[in-house]
Design a protein around this ligand. Sequence first.
Ligand code: ZN
Length: 608
Amino acid sequence: MRNSWLGLSLGVLTSILSGCGKKSPEGETLTQDEVPYCANKTEFSRVAGTSGTGLVFDLNPQVSANDPSLLPTSPKIENLAAPVKLERLLGYGILNGEFVDVRNGLCEKSSIGAFSEENNFSYPHSDPRFPEVMSYYYGDQYRKVTQDAGVLLPEDPVIVLANCPIEDNAFFTRDLNDDGTFRNIVCLGGSSIFSSQKATFADDAHVVIHELQHAQSTYSYSPKLGINRLIYDEGGALNEAISDVVGLMNTYERNSSAFDVKRFSVWGLGSLFGTDGDFSRGAHRCPTYDPTYPRCTNYKSDSSGFSTETNTVSFNYPDGMGWPYAGFYSGARAVRNAFVENKSHQQIHQSSIVMTGALYEVFEIFVKSRSDVSTVREFMMKVISRSLQRLPKPNKVISVSPITFPGFFMEVVSAADFYGASSGELTEVKRIGEERGLYDAPQLGPNWANVIGMRFEEISGSAKYDGKLNPGDVGRVWFNIQNVDSLTAGGVLVDFKVPDGSAIEVISEEMNDGFVSDQQAMIRYGKVNGTAIVSALNSTDVSRSLPLKNDYFGTYTTQDGNAAYQDSGIFIKVKKGASPGPQSAQLRLVPANGPEVILPITIEVIAE
Ligand SMILES: [Zn+2]
């Protein structure tokens, strides 16, 4: 029997791992003469058995070396990997199996790289086939767990492209084929800083599992609809949190005592960006720059768990949303600097931390009560899959972005019950939810919101780029929502609508992910501070204080203006020849932790 492995052509690439990708896909494709490590053919016969051998890191180079301070420049890395048994191969002498189909981005048309008639895939780290073996081994092991749990999706093998031609990033993409089916691809790129050391994201098993879990999560939610709808929505953050926690659960037994089992990707995200940053994440209740980390003894479920004076941050909902987990912050101004220097406050990989920690603690509840980690892992895979499946789907009437963290946690409680959690275990799961502010949490009062301003940023149109809406202007608009409640509003859906005949029009779907019609669009704001967190972060010590406010602009704005919320604008235009004067519009605001508020607003169209 023969089979064909044709090359891939990657379409539009959406990066979802680090959010720090600096360059768009480029990467040269070499001709096959120059790349002896490529199989140099697309037709393969069955020549080998279904098991083989390969060399892989034990999770990552640091764990393999039992050295938490090992750097990507260490010459030790070349020969650190240890032999493992590769299983479930299909027998073609290539890294193609029941669960994953590995390709090499350095080979022509991203075709097959490693080939061995004996299924012997033992290469040193610098060999371009090494990341293929890491991808196969960890991808296969993780997908087997998911199959054993009875929830594997998609059922077909996922293509994993090692040496994917993208720098400083990794992602999963579900591409629509011409015939209406999907092609599922995980892309594992390389480090730009450590390219001469051949460092790629496949060197970190967490990253391999994280990306494959995106495939699992996406299909669990819906065979067709994506989880991520709007740039800063909690669906996107949830997607990241689940991928991180599944990575941690699947490497639970691999860590030696020198390593923290709750740290996610200390190698890929923590080390491969060098001095550009430590983007690693984790499941502890406070960030690495909190002096009580990792015990997090100052953790509180509400705004009292924050202080710029004691450098306390608590990963609770909603105030803990958007704080970096790690980074090079230390000293008396650590918390202030973490906020000011890291502008990704609403970014989904940063907002994910609260849910990652909560889900990890749920996992720990069952590990404690049931003792056998592998059955608990399968139980958790079932709970997560069912919870995702039951989440609301987008619609243009209620919400184009209906997933919220509290809504998901409610499904976790219900799914744990469905799969037979005892009443004692369920009580503990609910307690975790309450302590993280995700379950049975305090809610905002009925009239929590006002609109106290707006910002308009022109892209094209009139000659005057003056922040005013002139006839013919095209640009983005943000509304400054003020929250008069003491509690912070989490995940605020902003539903903007203008009446028939308005001089203002919403621009197309290509510009607005939350497009409903030319009179309506939705967007999500990460959170809007309540008055309590504002007081908690302000300090009489001016050098440490974060003078934030209880409105959307004042939740994220620091010294440099609007950098932190620039992507959450709605794209609109003012009709050419419109008469100047007030235009009425409406904002419907739907927080994840309180009642919706409908506010009429007026927007002035100014003559040029
Ligand atoms: Zn991701």
